[in-house]
Design a protein around this ligand. Structure first.
Ligand code: ACO
Length: 324
């Protein structure tokens, strides 16, 4: 089987929806000032789903995984690998992938986590494709899941308004038909100072800063350039023209990043899938959540060509070209 193909997708969002106005009112009680107008104008975000305190990433991931299995018409026992992207794992160990493996009773699956922050799903999908192409797996559950609300400093208005919680998943299977036709990943660890959550648990104590910190403007510039170059590179290597792409599914961080990206690539707005207005930035979950939405609303029908893109902490970034 020469290809790895997406044969099902699913997603899950926690039921609690917090509008910008709700959030502004809540933050005001802490003396933190923000507004719907500021958030909308600077980011395009209108609302986010937030998990209740104590709800774990594995719980969201499990529900997304079950939805993807059902959509694919696959049994958990047919899955031979689970690759789960997250930066908000339930525990130091076991991996969140193992917790999902137990929850869905995927008794024939190996399972591990991938940590590439907002590029996590693109990294996980590329990893899964390599397993399938090498003949080491036939059906892989690829999941992006986060509870970013747990690593936000709710007194820092420059970051806490940007993120939400959620999970998305796909079933990737060996196929004779084209599926993933190109992929390219990158990393630059020297960029750690512009985006990190540089804390750890050591000797029974939190060491360092457990909250996400970001230089927003530096991240903005880096993200636009990295995604632009990455799009050109993966298309060139696959022998595909940017004009051939039906839909772009970039990481959902900021509407202005997506607009700049579209303009730089000459891709019209109607070809860019946007969910950040409703989900905010869900890190590793943002791409599979957007992909699932575009499949379910009838845009990503079989045969369509999609460009999936991630960029985030590390820094990490990358692109995957998928024939649906
Ligand atoms: N509400 C009201 N005012 C705010 C808020 C807020 N939530 N946050 C910051 N401000 C204020 C600042 O204090 C500043 O005030 P000052 O001029 O009095 O000092 C003013 O707004 C402008 O702040 P900037 O940081 O310059 O605002 P900018 O236009 O750069 O927008 C933003 C900030 C939205 C974070 C932008 O830089 C951005 O989108 N960067 C991309 C980062 C991103 O999306 N990261 C997501 C994680 S990384 C990833 O997913 C790739």
């Amino acid at each position: 089987m020469p290809y790895a193909k997406i044969v099902g997708s699913g997603s899950y969002l926690p039921p609690k929806v917090v509008s910008n106005d709700d959030l502004a009112a809540d933050l005001a009680t802490r003396g933190v000032e923000t507004s719907d107008q500021w958030i909308r104008e600077r980011t395009g975000i209108q609302q986010r789903h937030l998990a209740e305190r104590g709800v774990k990433t594995s719980e969201l991931a499990t529900l997304a995984a079950k939805a993807a299995l059902e959509d694919a018409g696959a049994q958990a026992s047919e899955i031979d690998l689970i690759v789960l992207a997250t930066s908000t794992p339930d525990f130091v160990f076991p991996s969140t992938a193992c917790l999902v493996q137990a929850n869905i009773q995927a008794t024939n699956a190996a399972a591990f986590d991938v940590q590439a922050v907002c590029s996590g799903f693109v990294y996980a999908l590329t990893t899964a494709e390599v397993y399938i192409k090498a003949g080491r797996a036939k059906n892989v559950l690829v999941i992006g899941a986060e509870t970013f609300s747990s690593i936000l400093d709710w007194n820092d208005r420059s970051t806490c308004v940007l993120f939400g919680d959620g999970a998305g998943a796909v079933v990737l299977s060996a196929s004779e038909e084209p599926g993933i036709i190109g992929a390219k990943l990158h990393a630059d660890g020297t960029k750690m100072p512009i985006l990190s959550a540089a804390g750890n648990v050591s000797y029974g104590e939190v060491v360092g800063d457990p909250f996400l910190r970001m230089d927003g403007q530096a991240v903005f510039k880096f993200a636009v350039n990295a995604l632009t170059q990455s799009a050109h590179q993966v298309c060139d290597e696959a022998g595909v023209s940017l004009d051939d792409i039906d839909y772009m599914i970039p990481h959902q961080a900021n509407l202005r990043i997506l607009s700049f990206l579209g303009r730089k690539l000459g891709v019209s707005d109607d070809k860019i899938v946007v969910t950040l207005d409703k989900h905010a930035n869900t890190s590793a979950a943002s791409v599979p959540l957007a992909l699932d939405q575009a499949r379910k609303d009838g845009r990503l029908v079989p045969g369509k060509l999609a460009l999936l893109q991630g960029v985030g902490g590390g820094f990490t970034w990358g692109s995957v070209l998928v024939r649906m």
